[in-house]
Ligand binder design. Structure first.
Ligand code: UT7
Length: 332
C-alpha cells in the first residue's frame, strides 16, 4: 500500500475586531510607537473584548470558517487538536469546548501546551494520526487569548502580544504533498526565562498570588531573544539540510511572529529573501499558538500546489521546531 501523507486541505482564521495600537499603548505605559516598531515590528494587535469570551470562541470562528469553505459537516471531523496556553479553563480541555460549540459531535479532542511552538507540535501529532490510516479528517487549531494573561502595566510584555486563532484541516493523500518532515525540540531548563508563576499545582492561586501579579506572563526578554534567534534559525537550517533543500527550492518561510529581528535572523540563515517570508507581526503582534496558522490563512491565495514551505517557531518551555510542508492545493 502507498504511504499516506497528511495534506493540509484547508485553512480558517479569526482575529477579534478591537485594535490595540501602539498609540493607545503610549497612553497606558512608558513606551513609544517608535521603540515598539524598531525593537519588535509590531504596530497593532487584536484584543478579544466581551464578558465571558475565551480562546474557544475565537477557535470556533476559525473552525467554522474552515468547515464552511470546505463544505464539510463538523460532525464528520474525527479529531480536533487545540494548541493553546490560554485555555478557557484549567480543565476540561479547550478542544472539548470547541468541539461542543462548533458541532463536532463525533470528534475526540485534546489540548497541546507548547506555547509558541504549540501549532507545530499539534500539526506534527495530527499528521501522525492521518499517516496511521486510522483517521480521515483532523483539525489542528492554534489559539491564544494572550490579553487574558498579560499585565497591561508591564511595558516589557504588553507591547508584544495579541489574540487570535487559526485552523487547518488535515486529510490523507497518496500524493507526496502534505506534512513531510518535522524537527521538534524542547528544553525545560528555559522555563526560568518565560513562565507564569502561579495558578498551577506548584503555586495554586491565592489572594497573595493575585496581589503579587503572579498570574501574568513573566519574561526575561533578552535571554529569550538570544535562545530564540539561535533555536529557530538552527532548526530551520537543519530541516532544509536533511531534506536536501536549497533556498531556491523553498517558496515560503512561515515563521512564528515574536519579533521581526528573530524572523530576519532565521530568513538570513536560510538564505531566503524577504519576499519569501510571511510577516504579519505588524498587524497582529505575537498571538502565540495562532501566529503560524494565521499566516497560512492570510497567504492562502498566494500558495500553490507543490510549494515547499517551512514553518518555524520558538517559545516558552523552551520549545522550538521547524516543519516542512508541501502545499497540496491551489486556492480558487
Ligand atoms: O514568543 C515567545 C518567545 N518570546 C520571544 O521570542 C521574545 C524575545 N524577546 C524580545 O523580543 C525582546 O527581548 C523584547 C522585544 C521583549 C525586548 O527588546 P530588547 O531589545 O531585548 O529590549 P531590552 O529588554 O534589552 O530593553 C532595552 C531597553 C531597556 O532600557 P535600559 O535598561 O536600556 O535603559 C528597557 O527598560 O528598553 C527598555 N524597554 C522599553 N522602552 C520603551 C523595555 N521595554 C520597553 C518599551 N518601551 N515597551
Amino acid at each position: 500500500m502507498q504511504k499516506l501523507t497528511a495534506a493540509i486541505t484547508g485553512v480558517g482564521g479569526y482575529v477579534p475586531e478591537f485594535r490595540l495600537t501602539n498609540k493607545i499603548l503610549e497612553t497606558m505605559v512608558d513606551t513609544t510607537d517608535e521603540w515598539i516598531k524598531t525593537r519588535t515590528g509590531v504596530e497593532e494587535r487584536r484584543i478579544l473584548k466581551g464578558e465571558g469570551l475565551g480562546s474557544s470562541d475565537m477557535a470556533v470562528e476559525a473552525v467554522k470558517e474552515l468547515c464552511t469553505k470546505k463544505g464539510i459537516d463538523p460532525a464528520d471531523i474525527d479529531c480536533l487538536i487545540c494548541a493553546t496556553v490560554t485555555p478557557d479553563m484549567v480543565f476540561p480541555a479547550t478542544g472539548n469546548i470547541i468541539c461542543d460549540k462548533a458541532g463536532m459531535t463525533n470528534a475526540f479532542s485534546f489540548d497541546i501546551g507548547a506555547a509558541c511552538s504549540g501549532f507545530l507540535y499539534a500539526l506534527t501529532t495530527g499528521a501522525a494520526f492521518i499517516e496511521s490510516g486510522r483517521y480521515k479528517k483532523v483539525i489542528v487549531v492554534g489559539v491564544d487569548k494572550m490579553s487574558s494573561i498579560i499585565d497591561y502595566s508591564d511595558r516589557a510584555t504588553c507591547i508584544i502580544f495579541g489574540d487570535g486563532a487559526g485552523a487547518v484541516l488535515l486529510e490523507p493523500t497518496e500524493e507526496s504533498n502534505g506534512v513531510l518532515d518535522s524537527l521538534l525540540r524542547s528544553d525545560g531548563s528555559g522555563r526560568q526565562f518565560l513562565h507564569i508563576k502561579a495558578g498551577g499545582s506548584v503555586k495554586p492561586s491565592s489572594l497573595e498570588t493575585v496581589l503579587a501579579k503572579e498570574h501574568y506572563v513573566y519574561q526575561e526578554g533578552q535571554a529569550v531573544f538570544k535562545f530564540a534567534v539561535k533555536g529557530m534559525a538552527d532548526v530551520s537550517y537543519e530541516l532544509m539540510k536533511r531534506n536536501n533543500l536549497t533556498a531556491e527550492d523553498i517558496a515560503w518561510l512561515v515563521p512564528h511572529q515574536a519579533n521581526l529581528r528573530i524572523i530576519d535572523a532565521t530568513a538570513n540563515r536560510m538564505n531566503l529573501p524577504k519576499e519569501k517570508v510571511m510577516i504579519n507581526i505588524q498587524k497582529y503582534g505575537n498571538t502565540t499558538a495562532a501566529t503560524i496558522p494565521l499566516c497560512l490563512w492570510e497567504w492562502e491565495k498566494k500558495l500553490h500546489k507543490a510549494d515547499n514551505i517551512v514553518l518555524a517557531a520558538f517559545g516558552g518551555g523552551f520549545t522550538w521546531g521547524a516543519t516542512l510542508v508541501k502545499w497540496a492545493y491551489d486556492s480558487k
